[in-house]
Design a protein around this ligand. Structure first.
Ligand code: PMP
Length: 291
């Protein structure tokens, strides 16, 4: 049996959940989205995800035809109808159906759909032993062209980098901004630990303000770890004691090799472990419960 999908006010069988070929989400990548986790019947930080969705929509001047409360209700109901207790939700708002021109004002109504399913990005081994990443030639989009803080349906920048990483034999890419500062990875934020201090790039370098990133920063500060958002280069990554990535789909994952350089002693670091543990402890309590 297929999934139950929320689409524009209706809960439909997966086979009946269809979007027009004239939808500008498809024709132009014109839309916004969120990826959200459910842990033990708790939709992790759903409100924060929706706040970011509304910020992204405001940036692209897209009117979401539902309130935040209505979106919470629809998301919870979609998860319930799929009997999902642990999984991954994709909430998408596109510009809607229009004609073949770019003009968004010819799209009278945004399309909203919610998929409640599962996701697995990396093998379990990466979480235990750490993963390897490489810097790729494709840099982040300039914020002045398309701000990385908006989670839009235009993911080609990230997809090109992901393909380049795969071509280099690894699963995730380190992306730089146009000046060579470290920005983020294709679907994750990056953190370093250097002499006990935690560093992450400021979002103005072309990074999404990750919900997982925010959670990890809060948890680290609670542990008394100093967290600094400051620009750094690949050199700083190479000489870091520890490195890890964060993202809703990837969760928190240690990185042990970057561009062929071993990070620290080549094993996931102690602070990384501690933060992953603290993060796992809040996932099933910090959010909207489905029952
Ligand atoms: N950066 C990018 C480019 C992303 O797509 C994502 C989400 N997959 C993240 C960072 C992490 O954000 P979050 O923790 O909110 O999932």
């Amino acid at each position: 049996m297929g999934l139950i999908i929320y689409l524009d006010g209706q809960y439909l069988e997966e086979k009946d959940a269809k979007v027009s070929v004239f939808d500008h989400g498809l024709l132009y990548g014109d839309g916004v989205f969120e990826g959200i986790r459910v842990y033990s019947g708790c939709i992790f930080r759903l409100e924060q995800h929706l706040d970011r969705l509304f910020s992204s929509a405001k940036y692209i001047m897209l009117d979401i035809p539902m309130s935040k409360d209505e979106l919470i209700q629809a998301t919870v109901e979609t998860v319930r109808r799929n009997n999902l207790r642990d999984g991954y939700i994709r909430l998408v708002v596109t510009r809607g159906k229009g004609d073949l021109g770019l003009a968004p004002w010819k799209c009278p109504k945004a399309t909203v759909f919610i998929i409640a399913s599962t996701i697995k990005l990396y093998p379990a081994e990466f979480y235990e032993k750490g993963m390897e990443i490489v810097t790729v030639p494709t840099t982040r989009n300039r914020n002045e062209a398309l701000n990385a803080r908006a989670k839009t349906l235009n993911y080609l920048n990230n997809i090109l980098a992901k393909i380049e990483a795969k071509n280099a034999g690894v699963e995730e890419a380190l992306m730089l901004d146009a000046s060579g500062f470290v920005a983020e990875c294709t679907g994750d934020n990056i953190f370093l630990l250097r002499q006990g201090v935690m560093l992450t790039p400021p979002t103005y370098l072309g990074a999404l303000k990750g919900i997982t990133r925010d959670s990890i920063i809060e948890l680290a500060r609670k542990e008394g770890i100093e967290v600094v958002e400051q620009p750094f280069t690949r050199f700083d990554v190479y000489e870091a004691d520890e490195c890890f990535l964060t993202g809703t789909a990837a969760e928190a994952i240690p990185v042990v090799k970057v561009d062929g350089r071993v990070i620290g002693d080549g094993k996931p670091g102690a602070i990384t472990w501690k933060l992953i543990e603290r993060y796992r402890a809040i996932t099933a309590v910090d959010g909207v419960k489905i029952d």
